[in-house]
Write a protein that binds this ligand. Sequence first.
Ligand code: HEM
Length: 379
Amino acid sequence: TDPVPFTGEHQAGIVTPAQDRLHFVALDVTTDSRDELIQLLRDWTAAARRMTAGQDAGPGGAVPDGAYDVPQDTGEAIGLPPAGLTITVGFGPTLFTSADGVDRFGLAARRPGPLVELPAFPGDQIDPAISGGDLCIQACANDPQVAVHAIRNLVRLGAGVVSVRWSQLGFGRTSSTSTGQATPRNLFGFKDGTDNLKAENASTLERFVWVGDEDAEGGRAAWLRGGSYLVARRIRMLIEPWDSSTLNEQEATIGRAKGSGAPLGQREEFDPVDFTARVDGEFAIPETSHVFLAHPTNAGTAILRRGYSFVDGTDGLGRLDAGLFFIAFQRDPATGFVQVQRNLRTDAMNEYVRHTSSAVFACPPGVRDDADWWGRALF
Ligand code: HEM
């Protein structure tokens, strides 16, 4: 497959058809130097431009001419194709004002209003050690080695300027973001992504995903125009109780048929959901089902979902530590993820899921040309 273009109005990796693999990393900036931060963003842009095109991270390559030169690439992607690699960068609230209230980089006056830590939700079991971060990098590719290589090299370039706060691998996409893609299945065995926002629907994306001119806050947040907010939630799925529930319970929990993915009461996957449809006098789609509560009619909004499945070993209690690393893109977290998640308060699925990490980042617009770099308009 051809490389995904690196430059554009928007960053790649948002409406790009979701690739199969993810390596996500959140980092803290360890310097107080604005110049070092800017240089890092320039270096990252240059390396990402090369790696997404299938090249080494630096022009000197992994095997330099001089045996006494330090290689400019770590080497594990030699011979591998670009594999659809996209690298998407985001800025966390603490980049603008640190947790103890310090404006380290002179950015506090440019923090967009919506860029604040997410509120707590009932049932949250958030571990601060795998939450938050000054910066994030999302690398998606169809080859796990390519995604890991990309993150590893960007982390390497950041030595002395950033340190890894937490990191998450994802092995199977749990969404489709293009009408051309088949809908994958999540670890509950259900098709996931059927009713997602899709790349082809430009006007919906303008309305719900991309930060627009109207969001400039008198210039304060103008640098984010064409960008989007990334919300990440590591959601543990309690697959053992799920696996011992009946098909009927599972379908009533989701609101769709497990086999076909059709909304309950309909026949085909892409048949429209109909909350008035009845079976034996009862609503076909229960009012406590995930689809009922998450659907735009009832949630009053829409988000672009782009999450991945994970299995991170065991929980120490004889069960798999498995779940969904949920990623959503939206124009404003308050009217995106937060609004939907609040509406999911009575979701029957809550019995089977636990949110264990939380983070929000503002992803700047795309890099326009060879001279441009991530976040240039911010600095
Ligand atoms: C739809 C699974 C968490 C928002 C769906 C569907 C499934 C599903 C199977 C139906 C297929 C589709 O239309 O994509 C899950 C699982 C989750 C999870 C297993 C956690 C482990 C969340 C969270 C949110 C969310 C945290 C947002 C706060 C949505 C939305 C839809 C949806 C907006 C589309 C509903 C519609 O328009 O019909 N999810 N989901 N999901 N989910 Fe989730």
